[in-house]
Write a protein that binds this ligand. Structure first.
Ligand code: ADP
Ligand code: MG
Length: 251
């Protein structure tokens, strides 16, 4: 069984430390949620793991099956089994979803390995059926004029096609209207299983009513300050983040 380990990770933006000693291990098959107030470094964590150049990892490590991914190029990270939705361009006019996904799947394959068209379309249609996506959808251009829900549908289909070991999903509240919320939650629930580990980052407690996580972590000031099961998300909804801050002040 594979595991994704985040070990004492410190991340800075410019000179400013944002993530300050983050530790988390995710096994294949598990869904972990990270919650926390705005500005605590949740998106910074996701972007740094995706290899975004503005985010500097100053110490610590991120490992897949014991192998550090930090010196890997973005496509190598994908080949190591990581899926990071936002590593792809937001709009690709004139490129159909079907062709875009085909290129993404090809890029994920080992050097010299070829993707055959018949096999590709068979797999694409099987995944679309699983996710209840209309066949017409894949002839659209990537993200061009997409609603929030359609962007999410494209992202989830991409994730289904790449069959990652670990998916890191950063769901900001703004991106999730009711349609998008439904698509993300149904998609993740359809794909979750023994071979997929999910790190679901959200500010939005309600998402966790639809995607029930195995573990919930609260991030505050750049580190995890509290972990629990799904009941922690309910407790947070009831008591708010001030409750966590007060507990921390007492300790
Ligand atoms: P969260 O996702 O938990 O709301 P972020 O990771 O987006 O938090 O932001 C953490 C901190 O880093 C905030 O203080 C924010 O202002 C700062 N920050 C995020 N992105 C940048 C950036 N590109 N340049 C400068 N500061 C940033
Ligand atoms: Mg964020």
């Amino acid at each position: 069984m594979s595991q994704l380990e985040i070990k004492d990770l410190h991340i800075s933006i410019g000179e400013k430390p944002i993530v300050k000693g983050m530790n988390l291990t995710i096994k294949q098959g598990e869904v972990h949620a990270i919650m926390g107030p705005n500005g605590t470094g949740k998106s910074t964590l996701a972007k740094a793991i995706a290899g975004h150049p503005d985010y500097t990892i100053t110490s610590g490590d991120v490992l897949v099956d014991g192998q550090s991914i930090l010196s890997m190029e973005v496509d190598e990270r994908a080949r190591a089994g990581l899926f990071l939705a936002f590593q792809y361009p937001s709009e690709v006019p004139g490129v159909s979803i079907a062709n875009f996904l085909r290129a993404a799947v090809q890029a994920r394959m080992a050097e010299g390995e070829e993707l055959d068209a018949t096999g590709y379309y068979k797999k694409l249609y099987a995944k679309m059926d699983l996710l209840k996506i209309d066949r017409k959808f894949t002839s659209r251009s990537v993200n061009e004029g997409f609603s929030g829900g359609e962007k999410k549908r494209c992202e989830i289909l991409q994730m289904a096609m790449l069959e990652p070991k670990f998916s890191i999903m950063d769901e900001t509240d703004s991106g999730l209207d009711i349609d998008a919320l439904r698509i993300v939650s149904e998609g993740v629930n359809a794909l979750r299983g023994a071979t997929l580990g999910v790190l679901l980052i959200t500010h939005y407690q309600r998402l966790l009513n639809y995607i029930v996580p195995d573990y919930v972590h609260v991030m505050y000031d750049g580190r995890i300050v509290k972990s629990g099961d799904k009941s922690l998300a309910l407790e947070l909804e009831e008591k708010g983040y001030d409750w966590v801050k007060k507990e921390l002040a007492k300790a």
